[in-house]
Design a protein around this ligand. Structure first.
Ligand code: ADP
Ligand code: ADP
Length: 225
């Protein structure tokens, strides 16, 4: 029962082939990491799954339905990018409330849910602060809370820890794993950091020049010298 199914995805930009025949099945609740050097096709694949980019060929199915048939509000996908992009004039709680607001949830109820989600990511009591009053790691937690508050069926994380220093990064790796396990949300995590991929993933998908080179559990990934 695979939840996400990519079948023979190709993506071209003019004559350039960014993705060449990418196929992948992801199980419900699985934590899958896309690992590979810059330019290998990780983000492009993620953007196609998110529905932000259209594949040149192949198909993407989420929960048994083609992504192209799903309207944006039916996709139910939470996304976090490296440059968190919080709304600077909204408080942390208002940022987290935003996707609920888009779904018609009232302000009172939505802000309460936002506070609960902020507690889950370790930011109890920080809801009234604006992004500029938060550290980089705290801002990234807010972004994570915003991506999770509407109970997405799929969580897409594109180098969410790339801008953080080493200690904070390791702490956040553990936090993200804990939260992902507790919610059981199917997750795709993009990184070019091999140790991060090894420590966090159920399965690692290694990209190389627009193709999937390996796909295996962390301990079964073949290391090249
Ligand atoms: P990363 O390597 O961190 O994944 P990139 O810097 O390669 O990110 O690309 C960031 C974004 O810029 C991509 O999502 C892509 O849409 C866009 N982009 C990358 N390369 C090009 C390009 N040659 N021309 C136009 N847009 C590009
Ligand atoms: P990664 O995330 O692994 O760093 P990307 O998926 O961002 O790689 O990019 C894969 C390749 O596609 C890169 O060579 C990049 O320059 C190219 N690319 C991405 N987006 C665009 C775009 N909008 N126009 C042209 N080339 C692009």
């Amino acid at each position: 029962t695979s939840y996400l199914e990519l079948s023979s995805i190709t993506k071209s930009y003019g004559n350039f082939t960014a993705l060449d025949n990418v196929s992948l099945s992801v199980e419900k609740g699985e934590f899958v990491t896309f690992l590979g050097p810059s330019g290998s096709g990780k983000t492009t694949t993620l953007m196609i799954v998110a529905g932000f980019e259209k594949a040149s060929g192949g198909s993407v199915q989420v929960g048994g339905r083609s992504i192209s048939e799903l309207a944006p509000h039916e996709r139910n996908i939470g996304i976090v990018f490296q440059n968190y992009a919080l709304f600077p004039h909204k408080t942390a709680a208002e940022n987290v409330y935003f996707p609920l607001q888009m779904r018609g949830v009232s302000r009172g109820k939505g802000l309460r849910q936002a506070e609960e989600m902020l507690s889950l990511v370790g930011l109890k009591g920080f809801g009234h602060r604006h992004p500029k009053e938060l550290s980089g790691g705290q801002q990234q937690r807010v972004a994570l809370a915003r991506a999770l508050v509407f109970e997405p069926s799929l969580l897409l994380l594109d180098e969410p820890l790339g801008a953080l220093d080493k200690n904070l990064r390791e702490q956040m790796q553990i936090e993200i794993k804990r939260i992902q396990r507790s919610l059981g949300v199917t997750t795709i995590f993009v990184t070019h950091d091999q140790s991060e991929a090894m420590s966090m993933s159920d399965r690692i998908v290694v990209f190389e020049k627009g193709r999937i080179e390996q796909c295996a559990a962390p301990l079964d990934i073949y290391h090249r010298p």
